[in-house]
Design a protein around this ligand. Structure first.
Ligand SMILES: [Zn+2]
Ligand SMILES: [Zn+2]
Length: 281
C-alpha cells in the first residue's frame, strides 16, 4: 500500500486515542474522517462502507503502522502510543487476542472492553487554552476507555459516558461493533461534537441530522468524587503508567485487592464495563 504524506499533520496530544487523533486531523485538514482514514492507510478505499477495523484502537499491524507514520509524519513511537496496547504491560486486557475461526486465526479485541464508545471529562476536552486545542479541541484520551479509569483527578470529576442531549454513549457507532467512528463521511462535525444520528425528520427524510452537542459544554453538576476516590484514581494511574513504579502507595480507606488482582494476575476486573465504575467490594 502506498500513500503520500499529508500536506499538514498534527502532533498527538498526551494520552490521545487513535479515534480522537483522526477527528482532530480531519478537522484540521477540513476533510471527512473517512477520507483521512483512507489517506493514512487505515482503509483501502474512501467509501463509508469501507470501515477501519475496531482493533486499530488497540494497535496497528506493522504494515499499516508504517503507512500511518509516513502519511502523518509521526514517529513509529508516536503512532504506537495512540493505541491501547501501550497499556498492555500494566493492564493485560489492553491487547488483542487471537482465536481460530474456521481455518484462519482471527484477531479479536475483548468485546466487553473495546467498544467504539468512550467516557470523557468535559473540561479536559475543552483543551488547555493553546491555539491548536482552541481550534480542534483537547484529546479524547486513551485512558478514558479503560475500566480502572473512572474519574479525572485534575478536574476532580467523575467521567461522563452519555451525551447529555441525545442520551447515547459518546462515540457509539450503533449497528455494528466493527465501525471505528460514527458518521465518518460527515466533514461538518467538530471533533468535540456528538456524532449520534438522530431520527429522520419530515424535512430531511433522507439525511437524518447528527446530534451535534459539544461534549466540552457538558455540565459538571452531579456527584463529585471524594478525596479518597481521587487518591485511589491517582494510584491506579500510577500503576497504569508503563514508566511508573510497579507499586504505588496505597490510598487510604480502600482495600488493595482490586488493583493487585486486575493488574498482576490477570483476574477479572471488578467493574461495570457499561459505566466504568467499580463495583463495591
Ligand atoms: Zn479533566
Ligand atoms: Zn448526542
Amino acid at each position: 500500500m502506498h500513500r503520500a504524506p499529508l500536506p499538514r499533520s498534527l502532533d498527538p496530544l498526551k494520552d490521545e486515542s487513535l479515534p480522537g487523533y483522526l477527528l482532530r486531523l480531519s478537522h484540521r485538514l477540513d476533510q471527512a474522517p473517512a477520507r483521512i482514514m483512507f489517506l493514512t492507510g487505515l482503509t483501502a478505499t474512501g467509501n463509508a462502507q469501507d470501515r477501519a477495523r475496531l482493533s486499530v484502537i488497540v494497535r496497528l499491524d506493522p504494515g499499516t503502522a508504517a503507512v500511518f507514520s509516513t502519511t502523518t509524519q509521526l514517529t513509529p513511537e508516536e503512532t504506537s502510543a495512540l493505541g491501547l496496547n501501550a497499556f498492555a504491560s500494566r493492564y493485560p486486557y489492553a491487547t488483542l487476542s487471537y482465536r481460530i475461526r474456521g481455518r484462519t486465526p482471527a484477531m479479536l479485541p475483548e468485546r466487553w472492553l473495546f467498544t467504539t464508545a468512550t467516557r470523557y471529562c468535559p473540561r479536559c476536552l475543552a483543551g488547555d487554552g493553546s491555539a491548536i486545542q482552541e481550534e480542534h479541541g483537547g484529546a479524547w484520551r486513551r485512558s478514558w476507555r479503560l475500566p480502572p479509569v473512572i474519574a479525572c483527578s485534575r478536574h476532580r470529576v467523575f467521567l461522563h459516558h452519555l451525551c447529555p442531549h441525545c442520551r447515547q454513549p459518546a462515540h457509539l457507532a450503533p449497528g455494528t461493533s466493527t465501525r471505528l467512528l460514527a458518521r465518518i463521511k460527515d466533514h461538518r462535525l467538530h471533533p468535540l461534537q456528538c456524532r449520534t444520528t438522530l431520527p429522520a425528520t419530515g424535512n430531511r427524510p433522507f439525511a437524518p441530522p447528527s446530534c451535534g452537542f459539544r461534549f466540552d459544554t457538558a455540565s459538571d453538576a452531579g456527584a463529585q468524587p471524594t478525596t479518597e476516590q481521587l487518591a485511589l484514581q491517582e494510584r491506579l494511574f500510577t500503576l497504569l503508567n508503563a514508566d511508573g513504579p510497579a507499586q504505588a502507595p496505597k490510598a487510604s480507606g480502600y482495600r488493595s485487592g482490586w488493583t493487585s488482582t486486575s493488574f498482576k494476575s490477570g483476574g477479572s476486573p471488578r467493574c461495570c464495563p457499561a459505566h466504568g465504575r467499580p463495583e463495591p467490594n
